[in-house]
Design a protein around this ligand. Structure first.
Ligand code: EPS
Length: 389
């Protein structure tokens, strides 16, 4: 299963095409729209989110809410296009009111992208590097999530820190705290920490600055056996980590005990196995975070992501004007102060997609019945080997 997506932040729309879906999967616009709405929430977003109300349109691959096996084409219109249709017109000549962006924002793709593609107007970079693209990744990831939920996998996320303000919530408690997290504008289940986080966002805004933070993901119900130890590019930690790293602003990905395990002894890090005569072979701890040897091991996936502060600052950092070669400050663009809660929803979708792709690879089939049969027969073998009744 694979996908492509396209679309500029202020272009007419975002488009996604998924190829390799089994037929007979029930998909509704409402399921995708709910996830798109979750991504648009969050304290700290800028003016753009009051313009957009992301909604999915299906252009192919679905009939009466069932996939038919052909490529599924998804579209999200950009409402802001109305304000940009002249400045971003796909055809015609450049109107005189277009002002080229020539002062790269430090930390943004502006300069590196402008050099690589030889663009004089850095807008041609920022339009596609923008996190607007993540709306389509959530839509595509939701289709993966629908497959995963069909097989009882559940995906949770929360914000573990905004800037230097930490939440005391343990990721393993997330399933029980789901409602609190969902109702929190910062995706933080602890009211006290959330209040301090909000103040921190207000302070950054007042000072023309931005904030990053930490996100934690927990995925339950993952069967053992996704990914493989036999070849580097089939290792699930590598694939999941790579996909999560591709989310705008993500600078660190940890699985399980991650960086902390480097300073400990093996006996303190690895998860012993035990046998319970009623429920079978199990692990009393999950420091591995659900992956061993590049393969899911049947424990919940526990993943931690570090997001850097957004590089568009309303008090910009020093830069250089590429037109004049003189010192200048970085370009001013409308942006967010903090997008960590939205990035958490994006991370859920990206992880769901990677799981669904690995799931399709392992269990395969062209239709849902084949997928279900293959999964059931494999799980019967696994459960008997683990002595689970
Ligand atoms: C973004 C800048 C802002 C954000 C945008 C990401 O957009 P604009 O330049 O239109 O104000 O709102 O995020 C989204 C549009 C979105 O849907 O999440 C950036 O520079 O990355």
């Amino acid at each position: 299963m694979r996908f492509l997506n396209a679309g500029e932040s202020h272009g007419p729309c975002l488009t996604g095409i998924i190829e390799g879906l089994p037929s007979g999967l029930e998909v509704t616009g409402e399921q995708i729209n709910n996830q798109l709405e979750r991504r648009q929430r969050g304290y700290g977003r800028g003016g753009r989110m009051s313009i957009e109300k992301d909604e999915i349109t299906f252009l192919s691959g679905l009939r009466f809410n069932r996939t038919i096996g052909s490529p599924l084409t998804l579209q999200i219109k950009n409402r802001d296009w109305e304000n940009w249709c002249k400045l971003m017109a796909p055809e015609g000549i450049c109107p005189s009111e277009v002002k080229a962006v020539t002062r790269p924002r430090p930390g943004h793709a502006d300069l590196a992208g402008g050099l690589k593609y030889n663009h004089q107007d850095l807008r041609l970079v920022l339009e596609r590097s923008s996190a607007r693209e993540t709306a389509m990744r959530v839509a595509v990831g939701t289709v993966g999530r629908i497959i995963m939920e069909h097989f009882n996998l559940k995906i949770f996320s929360h914000v573990a820190a905004i800037g230097a303000v930490n939440s005391p919530v343990n990721p393993e408690d997330l399933p029980a705290l789901f409602e609190k997290v969902e109702n929190s504008p910062l995706r933080c289940a602890d009211a006290q920490a959330e209040a301090v986080m909000s103040e921190e966002v207000d302070r950054a805004k007042a000072e023309g600055d931005t904030l990053g933070g930490l996100i934690e993901l927990v995925i339950t119900g993952v069967p053992p056996g996704l990914g493989s130890h036999v070849h580097w590019d089939r290792r699930f930690d590598g694939r999941l980590g790579g996909a999560l790293f591709s989310i705008q602003g993500i600078k660190g990905v940890e699985i399980g005990a991650g960086f902390a395990s480097a300073g400990k002894r093996g006996s303190q890090v690895h998860d012993p196995l035990a046998v319970n005569h009623k429920t079978g072979i199990w692990r009393p701890s999950n420091r591995a975070g659900g992956i061993e040897g590049g393969i899911t091991n049947g424990e919940p996936l526990i993943i931690r992501l570090a997001m850097k502060p957004i590089p568009t600052l309303s008090c910009p950092l020093p830069s250089v004007d590429l037109n004049t070669g003189q010192d200048a400050s970085g370009a001013l663009e409308r942006s967010d102060i903090c997008a960590v809660p939205s990035a958490a929803v994006v991370a859920e979708a990206v992880a769901a997609w990677e799981l669904a792709a690995a799931f399709m690879e392992k269990f395969g089939g062209d239709c849902m019945q084949e997928l279900e049969q293959s999964f059931r027969s494999y799980m019967d073998t696994v459960n008997s080997r683990l002595r689970k009744k």
